[in-house]
Design a protein around this ligand. Structure first.
Ligand code: FAD
Length: 436
């Protein structure tokens, strides 16, 4: 290409290796986008900014907490990304200047971008529960952001005396992994059944209904009768958590119900990851995006995906995050290459363990369309959900599907092969810093 032709290009040309894509967050959203972009266009300069040197996934953390898989099974390095030539910066992004197209770090450095992918997951509304804070979470773990919090919760369960009550505080919508708190109740109750038979789980729920409710309630009854106690909110009683007392273990709901927990798993109300909120990419706590490509509606040349985005009706899951990242990577490549941009379609499936060998699932495909009321959004089709009364063979096959899905996803996200270790040891391998 001649000099005149090159200079007439409105945007950087990836064939010349000039375009810089910066990605904040190395979970299934950000890491997938990085891998897809680099594989498709090796000359593209891809920089992934991630605070942690290793990623311990929330997805499949419930089987870890319940002693069904090992710490090593859910912990992954970024070596596979580095081997592709993706630049890794293990630092906290502290701000984004979307006008000057710059990302700044905790270490005071800054880097420019041509396209920015923001995928920081979630943060918590720390002021929503009286006396719950990052320090309180060391005593009453949320275990909802991966990492060390997961092993903390598991260790507390192991140390708990038989007869103790485990309280799970389930948050209001929207939140990460809608069926997660109920799967967690099942795997903990399953652990208690054999290790602490006099103990029970109490769920205090901010909601009146929840995902896959019919099959969970059937499972509570079938496997954990008198071992799982579910307190949903209703028109009169609001069982959102009002306050906690880390000294006495008491957890109190807005309706005034108080439970003394030997182990409390407090999952607070949530927002998009702080960096997205602080950079002006969020509206009411979550980041609005264009349904056709997950481009931010609030800033040019910025995409927000994964749990931080509010994608109408699409649940916040690793499956969704990965699916969104495939679309985002294709859109960035088409944009930079000045090719036609295709409208994205997405998929989600979310499996939950009721008991070893008995899993259920929910899922749908999503495509951009008009929501009731005329707003643009994602419209589900082909939705499916497990039903009460399914045979043991069906449930067992669903259980196996989930155990096949996880390593398959990890291979795609982190460019590494994995298989389950076949043991379930608990010990974490390294310490980590708190959220940025
Ligand atoms: P994350 O996975 O949270 O990744 C975000 C990354 O960004 C983190 O590594 C974080 O360190 C980094 N980061 C944040 N801020 C900064 C910053 N300022 N600078 C640098 N780095 C930053 N999903 C499923 O599909 N199936 C399941 O079975 C399932 N089970 C779950 C069970 C539980 C108990 C929980 C809590 C969740 C589960 N999920 C499941 C949901 C799934 O974990 C999330 O939806 C998924 O992790 C979202 O991916 P993400 O990339 O958006 O965010």
């Amino acid at each position: 290409m001649g000099a005149a032709a090159a200079s007439s290009l409105a945007r950087p040309a990836i064939a010349l290796g000039e375009a810089k894509v910066v990605i904040i967050g190395g979970g299934p959203a950000g890491a997938t986008a990085a891998v897809q972009l680099k594989r498709a266009s090796p000359k593209l300069e891809i920089t992934l900014i991630e605070t942690k040197s290793k990623y311990t996934s929330c997805f499949f953390s419930n089987p870890y907490i319940g002693g069904l898989v090992a710490w090593g099974d859910i912990t992954h390095s970024y070596a596979g990304l580095a081997s592709l030539g993706i630049k890794l910066i293990h630092d906290a992004a502290t701000s984004v200047d979307t006008h000057r197209k710059l990302v700044s770090f905790k270490s005071k450095k800054e880097i420019p971008y041509d396209r920015l992918v923001v995928a920081p997951g979630i943060d918590f509304k720390w002021d929503a529960i009286q006396d719950y804070s990052e320090d309180a979470a060391e005593i009453m773990p949320h275990a909802w952001k991966g990492g060390q919090q997961l092993s903390l919760l598991r260790k507390k369960l192991e140390k708990m005396e038989d007869g103790g009550t485990v309280v799970i505080a389930a948050p209001p919508v929207p939140y990460r992994c809608p069926p997660g708190p109920y799967e967690r109740a099942c795997v903990i109750a399953n652990y208690l059944k054999t290790h602490k038979p006099k103990s029970k789980v109490v769920i205090l729920d901010a909601k009146m209904t929840f995902s896959k409710q019919a099959v969970f309630v059937e499972g509570f009854e079938k496997y954990y009768k008198d071992r799982i106690e579910l307190h949903l909110s209703n028109d009169i009683d609001d069982h959102s958590i009002a306050r906690v007392d880390t000294r006495t273990g008491e957890v109190t709901t807005k309706a005034g119900m108080s439970v003394k927990a030997a182990v409390a798993n407090i999952i607070p109300p949530q927002t998009a990851g702080l960096i997205a909120v602080q950079s002006g990419l969020a509206d009411n706590g979550w980041c609005p995006v264009k349904p056709e490509n997950f481009a931010s509606t609030l800033a040019e040349h910025v995409y927000v995906l994964g749990d931080a985005a509010i994608a109408t009706d699409m649940p916040k899951s690793a499956f969704s995050a990965h699916s969104q990242a495939l679309v985002v990577a294709a859109d960035i490549l088409a944009d930079l290459n000045q090719k036609p941009r295709e409208t994205g379609t997405y998929r989600n499936t979310c499996w939950s363990i009721i008991a070893p060998g008995d899993s259920v699932k929910i899922g749908a495909d999503y495509a951009p369309g008009e929501l009731p009321g005329g707003k643009a959004g994602l419209i589900p089709s082909g939705a499916f959900v497990s039903k009460p009364g399914e045979s043991a063979e069906v449930r067992n096959a669903t259980y196996d599907e989930a155990f096949t899905w996880y390593p398959t996803l990890i291979t795609q996200v982190f460019n590494k092969t994995m298989k389950f270790a076949g043991n379930s040891e608990a010990a974490p391998v390294e310490s980590e810093q708190k959220s940025p």
